[in-house]
Design a protein around this ligand. Structure first.
Ligand code: GDP
Length: 300
């Protein structure tokens, strides 16, 4: 975790540090506030959250009058934390509360890191003593099922797969069936993410969801977004949210961008929390999203 924090800090601190430097100017004139706004917008925080934050900062700085660097740091930390949100439930639901496995569906556009995230999540769960079944319902990308199975073999989880280009819903159905038969704790279903036709995606994911629900409730639908795609990620989020009820966001490749503001923008867009972050390609590079650690990393 310490190592992950260090990596997050390296990639993110330009936003927080930049804000702190600007706020520390002796005269906070209009140009400076504009620069603060630009810094936030450049980091993908989004227009409305940026305006809100700047308004709150202006008011608090005004009330403060003369200010020490330590006061400014505390103030910025509090306001960034407020922006990121501290009262979301960010735990991934991996207990069904029934005697059947919890079912977690992982959705997102191809290339965002969906399969990798599914594998990493399986690894975390198995390390925690939970038994996991993987469902390779991304039957359209030829290598996806192999990739998932490799993860499964590595961590000790069975992978249910179907014929190449087969019906994703049927694989999803079979994987939950297998999970129930094995008495597994969690079934993780990797889905296909071709976005070229919205109705195609809608039909497919809708069907996957429906067949899974024949066995029981769907406990979690995680949307995987690539943090480096910025505003494009928001467009994707919107499309997926129309198709399925997203319950949590996984922001991958946060190691490769200083645009950490996307955390704020996407939560705002979907009204659901970022639950996990991907901080690299390695098997251990998936971490729970912790607002405090994130904000501390931003400020440096
Ligand atoms: P999928 O098509 O959405 O299933 O994407 P994959 O899981 O195959 O991942 C696409 C690429 O992104 C792979 O090269 C992964 O190693 C890489 N990747 C996934 N998550 C992360 C991350 O958090 N950080 C970095 N740097 N790379 C990642």
């Amino acid at each position: 975790l310490v190592r992950l924090r260090a990596r997050l800090a390296r990639s993110q601190n330009s936003l927080g540090k930049g804000l702190l430097t600007l706020l520390s100017r002796e005269h906070l004139d209009e140009d400076t506030w504009e620069e603060i706004e630009d810094t936030l917008l450049t980091a993908d925080v989004g227009v409305a959250p940026t305006q809100e934050l700047v308004e709150r900062l202006r008011e608090r700085v005004r009330v403060l009058g003369t200010r020490t660097p330590e006061q400014l740091r505390t103030l910025l930390r509090e306001e960034l934390l407020h922006l990121v949100g501290t009262d979301f439930d960010r735990a991934v639901k991996t207990e069904s509360g029934l005697d059947t496995p919890a079912v977690v569906m992982v959705v997102g556009v191809n290339g965002t890191g969906k399969t990798t995230t599914t594998g990493k999540l399986a690894r975390v769960l198995v390390a925690d003593g939970r038994s996991v079944v993987l469902g390779a319902a991304d039957t359209f990308r030829a290598a996806a099922a192999d990739q998932l199975q490799t993860w499964g073999e590595r961590v000790g989880a069975r992978t249910v797969r179907g014929p190449e280009a087969g019906d994703p819903a049927s694989v999803a159905f079979d994987s939950v069936k297998e999970g129930i038969a094995e008495g597994a704790d969690v079934v993780l279903i990797d889905t296909a993410g071709r976005l070229h036709t919205k109705t195609g995606l809608m039909d497919e994911l809708g069907k996957v969801k429906r067949v899974v629900e024949k066995h029981g409730p769907l406990d979690e639908v995680l949307l995987v977004l690539d943090a480096t795609t910025g505003q494009n990620g928001l467009v994707q989020a919107r499309v997926f949210a129309e198709v399925v009820d997203i319950t949590g966001i996984v922001l991958t490749k946060l190691d490769g961008t200083a645009k950490g503001g996307i955390v704020v923008a996407v939560q705002r867009e979907l009204g659901v929390p970022v639950k996990l972050v991907g901080l690299g390609e390695g098997p251990d590079d998936l971490a729970p999203f912790e607002p405090e650690a994130f904000v501390d990393a931003l400020i440096g």
